[in-house]
Design a protein around this ligand. Structure first.
Ligand SMILES: [Zn+2]
Length: 64
Protein backbone atom coordinates (compact mmCIF):
# COMPACT_ATOMS: atom_id res chain seq x y z
CA UNK A 1 0.00 0.00 0.00
CA UNK A 2 2.41 2.72 -1.19
CA UNK A 3 0.05 5.66 -0.71
CA UNK A 4 -0.44 4.85 2.96
CA UNK A 5 3.31 4.50 3.39
CA UNK A 6 3.95 7.90 1.82
CA UNK A 7 1.41 9.69 3.98
CA UNK A 8 2.80 8.11 7.11
CA UNK A 9 6.34 9.03 6.10
CA UNK A 10 5.47 12.67 5.56
CA UNK A 11 3.80 12.95 8.92
CA UNK A 12 6.69 11.25 10.65
CA UNK A 13 10.19 10.98 9.26
CA UNK A 14 11.04 13.36 6.48
CA UNK A 15 14.32 11.60 5.76
CA UNK A 16 12.50 8.58 4.45
CA UNK A 17 11.23 10.68 1.56
CA UNK A 18 14.65 10.40 -0.03
CA UNK A 19 13.83 6.81 -0.82
CA UNK A 20 11.19 7.91 -3.30
CA UNK A 21 12.13 8.87 -6.81
CA UNK A 22 10.21 11.25 -9.04
CA UNK A 23 7.35 9.47 -10.76
CA UNK A 24 7.76 11.58 -13.87
CA UNK A 25 8.79 9.44 -16.81
CA UNK A 26 12.58 8.88 -16.91
CA UNK A 27 13.24 11.43 -14.16
CA UNK A 28 16.04 10.34 -11.77
CA UNK A 29 15.47 13.07 -9.17
CA UNK A 30 14.24 12.54 -5.65
CA UNK A 31 10.52 13.02 -5.19
CA UNK A 32 9.67 15.77 -2.71
CA UNK A 33 6.06 16.64 -3.48
CA UNK A 34 2.95 14.54 -3.18
CA UNK A 35 0.71 15.35 -6.10
CA UNK A 36 -1.86 12.62 -5.78
CA UNK A 37 -3.56 11.82 -9.07
CA UNK A 38 -2.21 13.95 -11.90
CA UNK A 39 -4.27 13.80 -15.05
CA UNK A 40 -1.27 14.40 -17.29
CA UNK A 41 0.60 11.47 -15.79
CA UNK A 42 -2.40 9.37 -14.80
CA UNK A 43 -0.94 7.44 -11.88
CA UNK A 44 1.75 9.72 -10.47
CA UNK A 45 1.85 10.15 -6.72
CA UNK A 46 5.11 12.02 -6.07
CA UNK A 47 7.44 14.23 -8.13
CA UNK A 48 10.64 16.25 -7.73
CA UNK A 49 10.88 20.05 -7.40
CA UNK A 50 11.37 20.53 -11.12
CA UNK A 51 8.32 18.58 -12.18
CA UNK A 52 6.26 19.93 -9.30
CA UNK A 53 6.73 23.36 -10.90
CA UNK A 54 5.77 21.93 -14.29
CA UNK A 55 2.57 20.50 -12.85
CA UNK A 56 1.67 23.77 -11.13
CA UNK A 57 2.18 25.69 -14.35
CA UNK A 58 0.03 23.27 -16.30
CA UNK A 59 -2.72 23.52 -13.72
CA UNK A 60 -2.64 27.31 -13.91
CA UNK A 61 -2.82 27.17 -17.68
CA UNK A 62 -5.71 24.74 -17.58
CA UNK A 63 -7.59 26.93 -15.14
CA UNK A 64 -7.10 30.05 -17.27
ZN1 LIG B 1 11.07 14.89 -11.79
Amino acid sequence: MPLVTIKTTIAGEEESLSEYLCDWSDCPNQAKHVVGVVRELRSVSMVCDEHWESILKQRRNNAA
